[in-house]
Design a binder for this molecule. Structure first.
Ligand code: NAP
Ligand code: ZN
Ligand code: ZN
Length: 347
């Protein structure tokens, strides 16, 4: 066992605190990663505040992890000491079910092992990336290209893949009109990636406060959802809408923006159900869909795509003691556009 410094939540209401956690001894196929940066995803906040269900406190969250390989098990062949690597939202899966065999480990029929709050293969509860080190099976460790700035690479491991996967699956590209709802961590990556894929992108944000940023990320249009005229002006317009909002929104209003055969994909994960009026789907034969992160091969594809296209998240790097304040700013939609913890401040 390796005892390492970390930040943990101890209850749904108390601030996160510094602590230590245990990492398992290196198995033959394990990689020990010295973590350098860890992104703060809104899912971390939903989780620690108990919004998604029971939490095994104390819990260290964080599933946007980048660092260097510090040690490898005897049978590890994909990674070597010193490699720049990343870990996203899952650290294992059954590898045998239909979905795993198809490279869709995120949809493992037995349930993938989440990077935090899941039961690991040794029976312990997995602990996430707000810590100095992590031990992960080599098959769930990604290569992070040197072309991506270190601190900016972390958010790709969740925000990047969660938006890349539906954009690729629903064929965002030249000739398609894509709307992104919510310009936060996921939303700003959805804009950058959809633009790089060649789509025509519109941002739908609560206000016009971040319009200059949205346009600088490549969006062609930016509209405020607080203005009812937006929903009239953009009616029947989009092929694909990516909803990244962390709270319930008026689904009928957004579905009304889809053209014939258009799809609205919700990646935002509010704890409350989304209400989908079926008549809003009948018009224009619309589809309402969901999407969860992405498979390991697809995550590597996304990292290589971002490196080749020069795409990186916009980040605000913070020290370990600023995490609670950062959570409040995320909740107030005051994030531009991802907080990333400099894990050296935990050593
Ligand atoms: P975030 O940085 O907080 O971004 C969410 C954005 O939604 C905000 O910046 C804000 O954008 C908008 N928003 C927030 N509250 C709103 C409200 N009440 N009404 C309308 N708009 C609102 O969060 P994130 O890290 O991108 O995560 C977004 C959601 O995706 C979370 O629910 C998270 O759990 C989920 N998620 C899902 C997956 C998956 O696999 N499906 C993966 C990662 C995260 P504007 O200021 O522009 O309006
Ligand atoms: Zn996440
Ligand atoms: Zn499986």
């Amino acid at each position: 066992m390796l005892t390492v410094n970390a930040i943990a939540a101890t209850s749904a209401t108390d601030p996160l605190v510094r602590t230590t956690i245990e990492r398992r001894d290196l198995g033959p196929r394990d990689v020990l990663i010295e973590i350098r940066y860890a992104g703060i995803c809104h899912s971390d906040i939903h989780t620690v505040r108990g919004e998604w269900g029971t939490v095994p406190y104390p819990l260290t969250v964080g599933h946007e992890i980048v660092g260097r390989v510090a040690e490898v098990g005897a049978e590890v062949s994909r990674h070597a000491v010193g490699d720049r690597v990343g870990v996203g939202c899952m650290v294992n899966s059954c590898r045998e079910c239909e979905n795993c065999r198809d490279g869709q480990e995120q949809y493992c029929l037995k349930g993938n092992v989440g990077t935090y709050g899941s039961i690991d293969r040794d029976g312990t509860v997995t602990q996430g990336g707000y810590s100095t080190h992590v031990v992960v099976d080599e098959d769930f460790v990604l290569r992070v290209p040197e072309a991506i700035p270190y601190e900016a690479a972390a958010p790709l491991l969740c925000a990047g893949i969660t938006t890349y996967s539906p954009l690729a699956h629903w064929n965002a590209g030249p000739g398609t009109k894509v709307a992104v709802v919510g310009l936060g961590g996921l939303g700003h990556m959805a804009v950058k990636i959809a633009v790089a894929m060649g789509a025509e992108v519109t941002v739908l944000s609560q206000t016009l406060g971040k319009k200059d940023d949205g346009l600088s990320f490549g969006a062609g249009d930016y509209q405020a959802t607080s203005d009812p005229a937006t929903f009239e002006a953009l009616k029947n317009r989009f092929d694909l809408i990516i909803n990244t909002v962390s709270a319930p929104i008026d689904m009928a209003a957004y579905l009304g923006l889809l053209r014939l055969n258009g799809t609205l994909v919700s990646v935002g994960a509010p704890p409350q159900p989304l209400e989908v009026p079926v008549f809003a789907l009948f018009s224009n034969r619309r589809t309402f869909a969901g999407s969860s992160i992405g498979g390991i091969a697809e995550t590597q594809e996304m990292l290589d795509f971002c490196a080749e296209r020069g795409i990186a998240p916009e980040v605000e790097v913070i020290g370990a003691d600023a995490v609670n304040e950062a959570y409040e700013r995320v909740l107030a939609s005051d994030v531009r556009y991802r907080f990333v913890i400099d894990v050296d401040t935990l050593r």
